[in-house]
Design a protein. Sequence first.
Length: 339
Amino acid sequence: MKDRPTDIDETVLAATLGAWGIEPVTLAHAPVGFGDHHWVAAEAEGRRTFVTVADLAHKSHCGRDAAEAWTGLSRAMNTAATLESALGEAALVAPLRTGAGETLLRLTDRYAVSVFPYVDAPTGQFGQALAPGARRGLVERLAQLHSTQPPLTTPAHQPGLPGRPVIEEALTDPQRFRSDSGPYAQRCQALLTTNNAALRAALEQFDNGTTRLASDESTAAAVVTHGEPHAGNILDPGGRTLLVDWDTVALAPPERDLWLATDAPEDLSRYAELTGHHPDPDLLAYYELRWALDDVAAALDIFGARHPDTADTRQAWDGLVDAVTALTDRAAGAGPCRR
């Protein structure tokens, strides 16, 4: 997140890092990503670590509430740590374990802390097109991940849409976005009213895809998927392809990752060559559709409550407009949801 949170006590956060043997001299807020809060902790001898504070109240893919999200996020972090043991540090950046072997600690009832090695390399941006060589490297990394024995802690990807109730309520009553909630509420109301039919059609199409996924015996066996392998979750120090941000790791068909990694036929052929699995075009489209609906639900959750005008809410609004535009284009027959 770009906005520095006002309800996280950085003194308490610094003390919590002691469980990892970290005594930070400085704790600098890092305005990156969307969803979690980040800091860089620097110790006296110069060692740096990357600190992530997850908002359990907004982790619907990990659980329906903060208590369930804690369990789901713990399983995800433990999975990533185990995957590093299997794949090596050259494949991913995994959470560090505390002296007691934990990958996640509570900061408050709402927030949870994980710590990662600091890698001095730039990331890309969501929506950024990777160069052909980098894209091929990502596909090969995913083939390696998908061929790995799933750790016992790996969460199972749920075919339903966690934010479905938020979208349904918003479409049923756009007037619930009242102007006194914040600067984007009435814009949401207008956007939903104008695109109501297209969004309902997208939900119906998603339901049809979910039914097929649950019943189709030809669907590939579930593998360990990252969930969000876009340019913003890739580090490339020295020509390596390191996957970061593992809270969405789950057992699912390979297409859950592949639709976001590439749409180039030569890359999908390379994946089939490495794994023996030929990606299913219908499943690629299904997971692309799900992503757009997830974006809609996440933004409506923000704008349905009191909200300010900040860098984060501006980013959420832009994401909502992009997702709705992609869904309406799809409903109009203009092609898939790629943005």
